[in-house]
Structure formats: C-alpha cells, structure tokens
Design a protein around this ligand. Structure first.
Ligand code: AVJ
Length: 314
C-alpha cells in the first residue's frame, strides 16, 4: 500500500509536467478537511444535491422506475455518511417500496458509522453493507437477479478524466442488467465566478486540503517538503468545464523523499497538477456514455441549476 503510494508519487514527480494523484488527499486529516469543504459557503455542490434529494424526493423516486410489487436493490457506491440518501430511503419506505439498501465502501469504518447513524432513524430499512471494491462487489451482486438502482453521487465522477469516466461507466454497465438504473450526481458546467471560488475558498480550507498531500508525503514517505514554500493554484474556464488544482512552487527548490531515495527539483512558479473536477452537461455525458448501453432517461437539477442528478437506464 505504502509502496504503491511511493511508486505513484515518484512517477508523478518524474514527469516533465509534474502530477500527484488526488486519491491520496484522503488520509485522516484529508477526510476532516473535506468535511469542512462541504460546509463552506463557496462549496455549493453538496447543498445543491441535498436540495434535490429533499425538495424533489417524489420526482426522484418516480425517476428510478421501480415497481412497488417487485423487490429491488438500491446500491450506493461510496455512501459516506448517507446524509443525502437518507431522504430518498425515507421516501421509498413511506411509499411502501420493497428494497434492500446496499452501501458499498472500501472503508469498513465508514460503513460501520453509516449503519449506526441510519438504522436508528429508519428502523424498517434493510441495510446490507458491502465492504470492498465497487466492481468486485457489483459482480457478486449480479447473481441475485433483482432489479438494481445504483447511486453514484457527490460529483465523485468528476475526479476522473473523460476517458477514465467512460471506462468506469462501461464497467458499471457490464455489472448491471437491462432495465437497471443509475443515479449519477454531477456538478454542471457554469460560469467561473461560481465554480472557481468553490475550489479557492476565502478561509483557505481547500488550500490546506491540497497542501495536506505534501504533509502526508513527508510523514508516510519521509519527505522534506517545506509546505510554506508551495501555493494552492486552482484554474477553471467555462469553455473547458474542468476545475483543475495545482500545487505551485513559490521558489526554486529541491525536495528529497527518503522512502523513494530521490530528490526532485522545482522551479519558481512550477506547477504540480493534483486534481481535476470535471463539470458536466448533456454533451459531456453523451460522450462518456457513447460506448455503453446507458440511456439518459431523466435529469433532476437544483433550483439554481448548478448541479444535476442524471438518471440513466441500462
Ligand atoms: C469529492 C471529488 C466531488 O471535486 O468537488 C473538493 C473534491 N476537491 N474540493 C470535488 C474536492 C477540492 C470534490 N469531490
């Protein structure tokens, strides 16, 4: 695990345009900072999707296309704390749907916490937590032959390039049957004055979130990054529709990473690309789905049309 981290860091910092993978943001401190990000006034994404789940619950339920007399499985990839999903689950129970809720997460702790918060609030809910890799679990679930709805929320798809997202959706389709549905939550393309502040908040939480990656390298890989000599530098254009985060060196400097046994030099102003947050519209989505069997059957947006939950049918 740590050697994979070392290999990924070495590969990224050895490129002529340096990169570091955003998946390593999420250590304990990173998880905490991401929770703070979700509560920021500038970070509209979480509130916008929550608004869809609270204000449009009946529409969302209809869009799932499930039959009340037919048992189905509601699967969530990366459920987190379930704070949005809870409203959908409650609505389905109130309307008398017959379903199991199957949250999937790599982290057993996350699942444990989710069950402990959800079950007391929704006593009649059948929760079947699944710990592991999304696609490995989905493969095992294929045998049940129950109709399925898969939730992939939070604009988590946005951290993937369009090529990666297309491969991801293709794999998802392979693990579902015709008629199954997906709720794909995605931030929408809109002007820079709304998007960029979400990745460059006035309190500097996003800056701390990104720079925490250097602190993690120092701690876990015996690096000697002087974090104060790096800046947080996000970019976005509406034309491209992709928020990009860079860690920028303030000065000419070298950094040694003990666990790799390498020294890397940074020029003043040099940028390390750490994250993309892809924004969506129907055209972007169509490109990603073009080699899959998914059709877009409905789109729910928040009242400002900042954010979309795309309902896909296989
Ligand atoms: C968790 C991937 C949806 O890209 O908006 C937030 C991560 N990065 N601020 C996003 C993130 C910086 C977030 N996602």
């Amino acid at each position: 695990m740590n050697s994979q981290f070392a290999a990924d860091v070495d590969a990224g910092l050895s490129k002529s345009s340096k990169t570091l993978p955003s998946k390593y943001f999420y250590d304990k401190k990173g998880d905490e900072l991401f929770m703070q990000i979700m509560a920021l006034p500038e970070y509209y994404l979480t509130r916008a999707e929550l608004e869809i789940f609270t204000e449009q619950t009946p529409l969302l339920i209809d869009a799932l296309g499930m039959n009340k007399s037919q048992h189905f499985e509601l699967i969530e990839m990366g459920a987190g704390d379930g704070s949005k999903t809870k409203f959908l689950l409650k609505g389905l129970l109130d309307q008398g749907y017959d379903f199991d809720y199957l949250p999937i997460d790599i982290s057993g702790n996350v699942l444990e916490h989710l069950v402990e918060t959800l079950q007391p609030e929704l006593l009649s809910l059948s929760i079947k937590a699944q710990q592991g890799d999304y696609f490995e679990i989905l493969k095992t679930l294929k045998d049940s032959h129950a109709p399925k709805v898969v939730l992939f929320l939070g604009s988590n798809i946005g951290n993937q390039s369009d090529e990666q997202a297309a491969a991801f959706m293709y794999s998802l389709g392979e693990n579902l049957a015709p008629g199954d549905r997906v709720v794909l939550g995605a931030d929408l393309i809109k002007p820079v004055d709304v998007v960029l502040p979400a990745y460059n908040d006035s309190q500097g939480v996003t800056k701390a979130f990104n720079l925490n990656l250097l602190t993690r390298i120092n701690r876990e890989l015996s690096g000697d990054f002087d974090v104060s000599q790096f800046e947080h530098a996000p970019e976005y254009t509406e034309e491209e529709g992709i928020a990009k985060s860079f860690i920028q060196s303030k000065v000419d400097q070298t950094v040694t990473i003990g666990a790799i046994g390498q020294t890397y030099s940074f020029k003043a102003g040099e940028k390390v690309h750490v994250e993309i947050s892809r924004k969506y519209n129907k055209k972007v989505l169509a490109g990603i789905l073009k080699d899959t069997d998914f059709n877009l059957v409905n789109t729910l947006k928040d009242s400002k049309a900042y954010y979309g939950d795309f309902i896909l049918e296989r």
